[in-house]
Design a protein around this ligand. Structure first.
Ligand code: F6R
Length: 604
């Protein structure tokens, strides 16, 4: 996730900008840059790689006003030319967000004579502001942003005056008030060393820092009231935005990440999914005979849900293979097979080897990953970015639900092209997808109930997670999350398999989480619940909000909002993530860095 900072004051701007950027490093980035106003005009320095590399190439810069950026690439590779700030004439800009009508604006600005040097969407902001600049930076910024569709936290610097102007829509931005000096930043972490007086900016607000003053404006250029909050966080807490662990922060961020992955890709109006990143022709999609999904761990669990979707919605036979097995097995693959590699990091050695192996057989390939410029993205001809922002906790949470949404969108896209889904059904499904963020928020609001159950069972030695059909991969994911961070032994099982062995170890000491949302197998699931209860197990059910039946069967129930049955895994996953988190919390485990595990498994 990009980080932006800005400074106007009496001190040298560059060391402050660099220091503030370093405090945003935890957000993840792949390039960095600064623009500082000096006697010679605006000087811009940027580089791909780390802030320390940028620092190493900075000359002595004498300037009291500037902007800085760490870039987490979304549009355009992580290169120096794509790094921010971007410049047009006298204007420099740094930006966090996505300009959705980039193509349209690019054409418009080209016709106006502006030449683009980078592949980024941000560059349109520099040209637009330059085009409208007639001596008043605030007014030029507002006129430019009025043409923009999408999200932004953006900061602008002009060579004419010691002033930084910044604006926000749906991307985080704050201003900091110091003594004769003022700041802007993506979050408070960057500024805590300098000030604790913070203005949390609202959407469509513009802030101007100049002459020791800070002034807010509305989107029409009228002065707006400034609300100053005083912060009492320490630096470490601030990086986690006040959450005790990154994992909990990332679980909460799913409200945003599930929304962000759909931006610009979903048209609820005509029931279409627009996936410009998929270069397969309509004919190739119509002729697909088989999909093979390769992935590891949590990404593999997402793949199992993908199988249900590709088969159920698009009618394409799908196999899901653990990457480390796939790379050493015998294959029956050909050019009508599509390989879908899922990896949040894009660096998992086994998944990289698997996709290379599949390509040797002439298969077409799609990569679903969260990291722009990752090796996997370079291996696949089609890259579906999940845009979840950096995930720092070792346990995958928000990247998992984003992978699920990517798979829903892909399956609907294929189903429409293969004429397996009519417009009414796709409209309804897409409308339900766009309601998920609000529903995730409702689940997060009931976290205390989930915490209570987690604490209650935290001394268990063995846990079982049961599900059927789409809920079966969620059961696997729940067990994986729990064992990974709390070290409690847990198994995920297809509920119908119980009788074939595992029932032997079910007793009053094995809590069972039953994922029992409404589906054609709901009644069978109730039978499985009765089976384990008859052996003395305590059953915690995850069920629909309006399900009265479940109370008669389970010992405790966590309820999730009612959505399209296909989409339940997104919601029940949030519950199992919170259950794992609070179990580990109760046991005092090092949640963000569980023993023996790494975030990115780059070795075989
Ligand atoms: C579990 C977890 C791992 C990863 C696995 C694959 O919480 O994070 O199981 O899912 O190591 O990683 P990626 O998705 O980066 O290929």
């Amino acid at each position: 996730m990009c980080g932006i900072v800005g400074y106007v004051g009496k001190k040298q701007a560059t060391p402050i900008l660099i220091d503030a950027l370093k405090r945003l490093e935890y957000r993840g980035y792949d390039s960095a840059g600064v623009a500082v106003l000096t006697d010679k005009g605006v000087e811009v320095y940027k580089t791909e790689g780390r802030i320390s590399e940028l620092e190493a190439q900075l000359p002595d810069i004498n300037g009291l006003c500037g902007i800085g950026h760490t870039r987490w690439a979304t549009q355009g590779a992580p290169t120096t030319i794509n790094a921010h700030p971007h410049v047009s004439g006298n204007i420099s800009v740094v930006h966090n967000g996505i300009i959705e009508n980039y193509n349209e604006l690019h054409k418009f600005l080209n016709n106006e004579g502006y030449e683009f040097v980078s592949e980024t969407d941000t560059e349109v902001l520099a040209h637009l502001t330059n085009m409208y600049y007639k001596g008043n930076l605030v007014s030029a910024v507002i006129q430019g942003l009025k043409k923009v569709k999408g999200t932004y936290a953006a900061a602008f610097l002009c060579g004419d005056s010691k002033q930084v102007v910044a604006a926000r829509k749906e991307s985080p931005l704050i201003a900091g008030i110091g003594n004769g000096e003022n700041f802007i930043a993506s979050d408070v972490t960057a500024l805590l060393k300098y000030t604790r007086d913070i203005v949390y900016m609202h959407d469509y607000e513009i802030v101007s820092l100049a002459g020791g003053q800070i002034q807010l404006y509305d989107f029409w250029g009228n002065p707006a009231k400034t609300h100053i909050d005083s912060i009492d966080w320490n630096i470490e807490a601030a990086e986690k935005s006040g959450y005790p662990h990154f994992m909990l922060k990332e679980i909460n961020e799913q409200v945003t990440s599930v929304h962000d992955i759909m931006m610009g890709r979903v048209s609820k109006l005509n029931g279409d999914v627009a996936l410009d990143e998929i270069k397969l022709s309509m004919e190739e999609i119509q002729n697909l005979e088989r999909i093979v999904i390769v992935a590891c761990g949590t990404s593999y669990n997402a793949g199992l849900i993908g199988k249900c979707l590709f088969e159920g919605l698009a009618g394409i036979h799908t196999d899901v293979e653990v990457s480390s097995e796939f790379r050493y097995s015998n294959h029956v693959l050909g050019d009508s097979t599509l390989v879908v590699a899922i990896s949040q990091s894009g660096e998992t050695a086994d998944t990289l080897a698997a996709i290379r192996e599949a390509k040797n057989y002439g298969c077409r390939a799609i990569a679903i990953t969260n990291v722009v410029g990752a090796t996997l993205a370079r291996e696949a001809e089609n890259i579906f970015y999940t845009r979840a922002g950096p995930e720092i906790g070792v346990a995958a949470t928000k990247t998992f639900t984003s992978q699920l949404v990517a798979l829903y969108l892909l399956a609907i896209y294929f189903a429409r092209i293969r004429k397996r889904m009519d417009m009414d059904r796709s409209k309804r499904l897409l409308a339900s997808l766009t309601q998920l963020p609000g529903m995730i928020q409702q689940i997060l609001n009931s976290k205390d109930l989930i915490k209570k159950q987690a604490v209650r069972f935290s001394n268990a030695k063995d846990y079982f997670f049961l599900g059927r059909s789409l809920n079966y991969p969620v059961a696997l994911e729940g067990a994986l999350k729990l064992k990974e961070i709390s070290y409690i032994h847990a198994e995920g099982y297809a509920a119908g398999e119980l009788k074939h062995g595992p029932l032997a170890i079910i007793s009053k000491d094995t809590p069972v989480v039953a994922i029992a949302t409404r589906s054609p197998t709901y009644d069978k699931m109730l039978n499985n619940i009765r089976e384990v209860k008859a052996r003395g197990a305590q059953v915690l059910a995850i069920a629909d909000l309006n399900d009265a039946e479940i109370d008669k069967n389970a010992d405790a129930v966590i309820r999730i909002p009612v959505t399209d049955e296909l989409l339940n895994p997104v919601l029940s996953s949030v519950v199992v993530q919170l259950l794992a988190y609070y179990s580990a919390y109760a046991l005092g485990c090092p949640i963000d860095k569980p023993r023996n595990l790494a975030k990115s498994v780059t070795v075989e």
